[in-house]
Design a protein around this ligand. Structure first.
Ligand code: SAH
Length: 217
């Protein structure tokens, strides 16, 4: 698929901007420099792919702002081989970044349209998550637990308990929590029933929807 010198140049500039805005992990920045964000965008917005903005994708959802993706991924501290669960596949951009970092990726999306579209994109691009499911992220993926890392890419009104329970001891959950705006929280599991909690400032996400709040497709 098409990734030109022009795209690469724009990407380099975006990565420098993220560095200037405070992203420190060179591992994350280098991986983002390799991912052609324009391929994950709605075709009508492709010219904006290397702006540091969120943009609409299908089904009233958004591809997250690159700064937010970099920030969350830095907090997640992914190591090669980690088993990572992602809630909110959306465009698949974050999924691709996790794969680039060497993770084994499991991802859940509740919008059938996006789920199918992103699956098609991944097979075209040769990207291979371990498992993608069309389902409810509030439940996590009990058949595949435990996970080293869990990342939620939609605003959660509450922290879903199953996600905490599906972490290994020492594992981390990065989740934006709140209704109108969200606070970025990182939980680290320290024991069977104990978790550390760190807070990292305010962000704005589309909501993590509960199944009961509407039809799923
Ligand atoms: N990280 C993706 C998507 C961000 S938007 C990207 O950058 O493209 C958040 C995504 O979470 C949307 O695709 C939305 O449909 C999905 N979502 C919302 N509630 C969900 C739930 N309960 N379970 C799984 N996915 C959910």
């Amino acid at each position: 698929m098409n990734d030109t010198i022009k795209h690469k140049g724009l990407r380099r500039q975006l990565i420098q901007l993220l560095r200037d805005k405070g992203i420190q992990s060179e591992t994350v920045l280098e991986a983002m420099e390799l991912i052609p964000r324009h391929l994950f965008m709605d075709p009508s917005l492709v010219n904006f792919a290397y702006e540091d903005q969120a943009y609409p994708i299908a089904a009233d959802q958004t591809i997250s702002q690159p700064f937010t993706v970099a920030f969350q991924t830095e907090l997640l501290d992914v190591q090669p081989g980690h088993k990572v669960l992602e809630i909110g596949t959306g465009s698949g951009y974050q999924t691709a970044l996790l794969l680039e970092l060497g993770a084994q990726v499991y991802s859940i999306e509740r919008q059938q349209l996006l789920f199918k579209k992103t699956q098609r994109l991944f097979s075209k691009m040769g990207l291979r998550p371990k498992k993608m499911i069309f389902g409810d992220g509030y439940l996590g993926m009990p058949t595949e637990e435990p996970f080293d890392r869990i990342i939620v890419t939609a605003g959660a009104p509450v922290v879903p308990k199953p996600l905490l329970n599906q972490l290994i001891v020492g594992g981390k959950l990065v989740i934006p929590v709140g209704v109108k705006k969200q606070e970025m929280i990182r939980f680290t599991r320290t024991g069977a029933t104990t978790f550390d909690q760190e807070k990292f400032g305010e962000f704005r996400f589309v909501p993590l929807l509960e199944n009961k709040t509407g039809p799923i497709n």
